[in-house]
Write a protein that binds this ligand. Structure first.
Ligand SMILES: C[S@@+](CC[C@H](N)C(=O)[O-])C[C@H]1O[C@@H](n2cnc3c(N)ncnc32)[C@H](O)[C@@H]1O
Length: 286
């Protein structure tokens, strides 16, 4: 009898986990959720300033919440999982970069070993952090020896300091998660890429399973506080909403890692699309 109870519990757990994993839940209002987190953090900082000045320490159960959430985050197997096969994806993405290439949010040049130097005329590197950009510049001299490399410190979330249509490809790996307005950031990348050029994006974001998204949401605030990163954004929707054409979209690791190849819409494409949608209505009306 105890065995059958154990089996029943095991069966129920496996079935429950299966149902939870299969339960697809779209991430409803990510912008509202992020705004609430930013406000919460501002409020916490304000309270911390007051308690510091009156030398009060947090009391009660609330003092256990941040360490508990940090433990959840540290234990998150997704972080580990997302590093598996990452170099292969970097290679597949960056291998498509040709001509005059812009990399935004370059970091310390994690993508450099994955570029095909022979296909690139010039690489322009940007990051908001000057020190990081300096590291990237020095690393590029070793890893991309012989390639023309320029650097430009700028914020990918604002207006990029380049004219329209100035690059054949724009690469961004794990940068959209940091931009205050990721939709605007993709629009800017699309503005500076030439018609027929490519946006090459690698990103982490929400999965399609409610269970995984709930897990990610639990540590979202903690992660944002630590890294300034919203790692569970609905990347596909963000790219779609920025108005580019998605040429290729791949997802893996419980759908939480995204590789996107996109291009800017051709001039007049939107109008043509609208016209196509309106045609049946006009036909019915007529
Ligand atoms: C997670 S790292 C990604 C680094 C690298 N691209 C990679 O593939 O690993 C994010 C980088 O984006 C930069 N960053 C963050 N916010 C930014 C912004 N608003 N504009 C430009 N760069 C930003 C950070 O300084 C950091 O170097």
């Amino acid at each position: 009898m105890p065995i059958s109870v154990t089996r029943a519990i095991a069966f129920a757990s496996v079935a429950g986990a299966g149902v939870a994993l299969a339960w697809k839940k779209p991430y409803a209002d990510w912008q509202r959720e992020e705004k609430a987190i930013r406000q919460d953090i501002r409020e916490e900082q304000r309270k911390a300033r007051i308690s510091q000045s009156s030398s009060q320490q947090p009391r009660g159960l609330s003092r256990f919440i941040p360490p508990a959430v940090a433990a959840i985050d540290a234990a998150a197997p997704l972080t580990l999982m997302q590093s598996i096969g990452l170099d292969q994806w970097r290679g597949e993405l960056c291998g498509q970069a040709t001509g005059r290439v812009l990399e935004v949010c370059v970091g310390k040049g994690e993508n450099f070993p994955h570029y095909d130097k022979a296909s690139i005329e010039e690489l322009v590197l940007t990051d908001v952090d000057g020190e990081v950009l300096q590291i990237a510049r020095e690393r590029s001299r070793q890893v991309l020896e012989g390639l023309r490399v320029e650097t430009c410190q700028c914020d990918a979330a604002g207006m990029l300091p380049f004219p329209d249509d100035s690059f054949d490809c724009v690469v961004c790996a794990f940068g959209l998660c940091k931009a205050e307005d990721p939709i605007e950031a993709v629009r800017e990348m699309a503005r500076v890429v030439k018609s027929g050029g490519k946006l090459l994006l690698l990103e982490h974001g929400c999965g399609s399973s409610a269970l995984i998204n709930t897990w990610l949401s639990l540590s979202m605030k903690q992660r944002f506080r630590k890294d300034g990163c919203f790692y569970n954004r609905p990347v596909e929707r963000i790219v779609q909403q920025s108005g580019v054409d998605i040429l290729q979209l791949r997802r893996r690791h419980a759908q939480t890692q995204y590789m996107v190849v996109a291009s800017k819409k051709e001039p007049g494409a939107l109008e043509a699309q609208r016209a196509r949608k309106e045609l049946p209505r006009l036909a019915r009306g007529g």
